[in-house]
Design a protein around this ligand. Structure first.
Ligand SMILES: [Zn+2]
Length: 134
């Protein structure tokens, strides 16, 4: 038992340290819970913080894509339908590709700027690229 724990310790110590800059972006994973006929995204607020998007925007996206109403309750999102977490995570990944990741440099350091007539543009802080979003 001791040997095994030492082995684990050594294995962990030999892992490369992550650097603050140049770290690979790890898309967040939605943690969901089925409650009766509803699906709760438990870490909804944490996801929005990580991808730096307005929770309202992501909530709206989920309800549109899944064709069901969604309501925010505290830091969770309650979807009024039953969905497997695989489905939620597929939608989340699509959202991130479309509205978070820069099309030029593939970095997530972007923001959405709303211009005249509600036209939205994805602006990258890393490389300065601008691309329209629908
Ligand atoms: Zn970029």
């Amino acid at each position: 038992m001791d040997d095994y724990e030492n082995l684990l310790k050594r294995a962990r110590a030999s892992l490369p340290e992550k650097t603050a800059s140049g770290e690979r972006f790890e898309p967040p994973n939605a943690e969901t819970l089925m409650q009766g006929s509803k699906t709760v995204v438990k870490n909804f607020e944490a996801i929005c913080l990580k991808i730096r998007r307005d929770p309202q925007m992501l909530a709206k996206y989920f309800s549109k894509e899944l064709a069901i109403p969604g309501t925010m309750e505290g830091n969770r999102l309650v979807l009024h339908g039953k969905f497997y977490d695989r489905v939620i995570n597929e939608k989340l990944a699509t959202f991130i590709n479309k509205y978070v990741i820069c099309k030029e440099c593939s970095r997530p350091d972007t923001k959405i700027v709303e211009g005249l007539h509600g036209i939205k543009t994805l602006v990258c802080d890393a490389c300065g690229a601008r691309s329209p979003v629908k």
